[in-house]
Structures are given as C-alpha cells and as structure tokens.
Design a protein around this ligand. Sequence first.
Ligand SMILES: Nc1nc2c(c(=O)[nH]1)N[C@H]1C(S)=C(S)[C@@H](COP(=O)(O)O)O[C@H]1N2
Ligand SMILES: [Mo]
Length: 388
Amino acid sequence: MTLRLPRRPFARRPPLPAFSGKLHDARTATVIGRLLGAAIAVCFVTGLVSHVLQQPPAWLMDGLPARPAWGYRVSQGLHVASGIASVPLLLAKLWAVYPRLFVRPVVRSVRHALERLSVAVLVSAAVFELFSGLLNIAQWYPWPFSFVPVHYAVAWLLAGALLLHLAVKAPEIAAHWRSRSPGTLALPEEDAPDRRSLLAAVGAAVGAVTVVTVGQSVTPLGRVDLLAPRHPGHAPQGLPVNRTAAAAGIRPRAEVRENWRLTVSGPLPYALTLGELRALEQTTVTLPLACVEGWSRSAEWTGVRVRDLLDRTGAPPTARIRVTSMERRGAYRVMEMGRTYARDPLTLLALRLGGEELSLDHGYPARIIAPNRPGVLQTKWVTRLEVL
Ligand SMILES: Nc1nc2c(c(=O)[nH]1)N[C@H]1C(S)=C(S)[C@@H](COP(=O)(O)O)O[C@H]1N2
Ligand SMILES: [Mo]
C-alpha cells in the first residue's frame, strides 16, 4: 500500500504576492493616492513660497509682499505639517501597491520599462524629500551635500515624476475615483469594510503625527508638541535659539557693548553707538519669528524702524539694502532686503524682545525683525546697513 502525501504547495518558493490580494487593489491605491497627492501638492507649493522668499530671483527682489505679516509662518507651518503627514500616507500607499513593485517578468516591454523607471524615480524622490526634510527639522545633516539646493532640486524631480505618474495612471485613477455600488462593476466590493478600516487607521496615524508636532508653529497646541524637536516656549526669552552667540563666535556682552557701532552707508554715511540708537524713536511691534525648520513663535519687539535709519542717510525710497552681522562666518552672516521690507513700518532693527534687552543669543545688541520673512533672514548681531 502506498501512502500518498499531499503535494506541499509552497515547497520551493512562496509565490509572489498576488495583486488581487486584500486591499492591494486599484481602488485602495487611488483613495490613498489622492490624499498623498494633496499633501505633496501643499508641500510643493509652500516649499516654492519658502524658496522664493529666501532666495528671490533679482527681478522679484523688490516685489515680494511684506504682508500678511504672518504669511511665512502659515506657509512654512503647512510645509512642515504636510511633509510630516505625507510619511504615513506614503507608507500606506507603498503597502497598497507593493505587489506591483514585484511583478515578474521585471520588464515586459519598452513602455512597461519606462513606466517602472518613472515609478522608481517617484518613490526614491519622495522618500528622499521626506527623509531629508525630517532630518532638517532636527538640524541633523549626516550627508556631504548642502540641504537647501538638493532638497529644492529633488522637489522638482518629484513633481515631474508625479505628473508623469498621474498621466500614465489617469485611466485607472478615473475608473476608481468613485466607489461603485456592488453589482455595477465586478469590483471586489467585499473589501469595502476593510478598506474603510485601513483608511481610518491611516487617518488616525496622520492625525497623531500632526498633533504631536504641529505645536511647534501652532502655539495653542504647544502642550501636546511631544515629538517636535523644539518647544518654542521653552527657551531663553521665550524663543528657541538655532545658532548661539558662542557658536557664531560673538564676544562676551561687555566687550560687545564697548566696541559695537552701527554703521549705515548711503548717500550720507553715519555711525551710531548703542546709546545713540536707543535715543532714536522706538517702535514696538508684534511679529513672529518663523524658522524654516518649522518652529515659529510670535514675540514683541522694540527698536528703530529700518525705514527711519535709511531716511537718515538720504536713501531713495526705492533702495534695497544689505545687512551684515558681526558673526565672522556662517551662511546667514549677510542678508539682502528688498524695497517692500525695507520701507515697511513693521521692519525694525530691534534692540528689545518682550520688554527686555535682547539676550546675546537672540542677537544683542541689535537684530533685524521683519514681517512675512523666513527666520534665516532675521539677522542677529547686526553691525552694518548698506544702501545698494
Ligand atoms: N547672524 C545670524 N543671524 C541669524 C542666524 C544666524 O545663524 N546668524 N540664524 C537665523 C535663524 S535660522 C533663525 S530661525 C533666527 C532665530 O532667531 P533666535 O535665535 O533669536 O530665535 O535667527 C536667524 N538669524
Ligand atoms: Mo531658522
């Protein structure tokens, strides 16, 4: 008598995951893809805003809007929040489509090869942007290139690959844009409750990562700001310090007080001591410091209007200026400011923060504070203004 063993189905090698498996279908990919696409679109547009405000092309320099004063805070807050929300969305999307990434044969035709290549570019660019952006929030740069130009260039690569992907997938996206009532088309409608659970879980993940990080720019949520690298309120004078005076090589306060002068070069150049600067008309404004890394906080600043300093040197109202810090080297030592900011009544050479003299870390004896500008351009330890 012979004993017949049943053939073991997976004896050699497990079959590749089937595309028909639960929730690895086009409807799930479309629904998650829509949310991910929206988050990436917000992230891309706000990223462009940030880039233009930081490094405007020459022709735009004098046309940048200084209002609304909170504009950059909102735009950059959205940039960082949409980027963080994209992380769980991208993971869910990759999970939904991963069987497609492992199809065999690897390449079926030229068209298929190009399509797979574009998906490879899309996925790598998306992973790179989210990863480098997250590390930038933490101010950790474990790579040999400089963050801004590379993050910016790859954003365009991502945008291009995404548009191509949308074009290639347009028929499939259109077919699965709406859920169909059972029976109208042979779709696996029995998956609908599972899909709803998946979407609820993804939604909860997006909500969770947002709530624990967005407090770094949305002050009322600061208390639940558990995972953001900075709590904007927990810092000297209520504002975080990215670059300390020690790191910038600024001398001790007493020495600065002795030797510091503000020089203003224009048609009628002049120099002022700190005492003379304090004797000029002082203005108090409430403006946020909005760091490109996503933290932001409003504060009350007191100082001399830049506009008044420029009038004193006889600068024309169209003048653009260059601001130089005492810092000897560093990416933010020198900053240029277009006409709209220089003439704005809210733009100050600030001497005080929250009613107190500026601390050395916050730019003592004088720093720039202007509306609707990235934190990187709010130059600290200012010593020279030049009319260009
Ligand atoms: N001279 C100089 N100014 C600077 C910087 C710098 O490195 N050097 N950092 C900028 C950045 S990135 C930010 S967000 C703000 C932070 O200001 P705070 O340290 O007073 O909070 O200062 C800006 N001004
Ligand atoms: Mo910053």
